[in-house]
Design a protein around this ligand. Sequence first.
Ligand code: NAD
Length: 251
Amino acid sequence: MSNLLEGKTALVLGVANKWSLAYAIAQAFRREGASLILTYQGERLKKPVEDLATELGASRVFECDVTRDEDLARLSELGRLDAVVHSIAFANREDLDRPFVETSRAGFALALEVSAYSMVAVARAAAPLMSEGGAMITLTYLGSSRVLTNYNVMGVAKASLEAAVRYLASELGPRKIRVNAISAGPVKTASARGIKDFSKILSAVAERAPFRRNTDPAEVADAAVFLASDLGRGVTGDVMFVDAGFHIMGL
Ligand code: NAD
């Protein structure tokens, strides 16, 4: 522990279980001395996330489904915030299983709403709480800029999310609020299991990435600590790859 986040309060959206990237980030933030506020999506996750919040010593935990304006409004009622972690994405299973060209209008809109627009809505609610400046961090994936089989509409949503990061960073920079994305390598989480043949992606990365292995969620979490801490004070609008180096590889 080096107390990089001592005295800071962080809101973490997107913990569903112990495998969630948001959980690894919350653990690292806690290790570095941050005070935590967690949210969960829907009644089904209430008890499990409350249990994880207790284990993490979080000061608050409450429901926030990003498709509901009344839930998003609760974010504006929090006190001072120094960091926000947005670790949320969703697409209908059928849109990840069938050819991309078959994506429905409703499926496209839902994926973009939950996975990209929600970052804008969260930023709008959280920015006024960052009176001393702060850091917003979201999670993205290489499928935003490269074609990865079966990632489909999620790739389009991640491209939108990364563009949103740049526009938010530009607007919030004068208020000393930094906005960045971490592009994580594939990690076996509940969301990742929704992608057909995900295990083939894991094997391809382990075979070809410079590190010849997959990404450890703790590596993603430590990058988030850097971005949330004063060490990251010079960085905004960026997409930081934490993916065992896979993104640099050609043939
Ligand atoms: P996860 O399933 O643990 O987390 C996804 C979270 O999104 C869950 O907590 C879920 O409740 C939440 N969510 C979905 N719809 C929501 C809604 N309407 N309102 C509020 N919350 C909602 O999986 P994860 O892999 O930890 O995903 C976290 C983030 O990391 C996502 O943005 C994902 O795209 C990104 N990411 C994951 C990987 C990977 O391989 N696992 C790689 C790169 C980026």
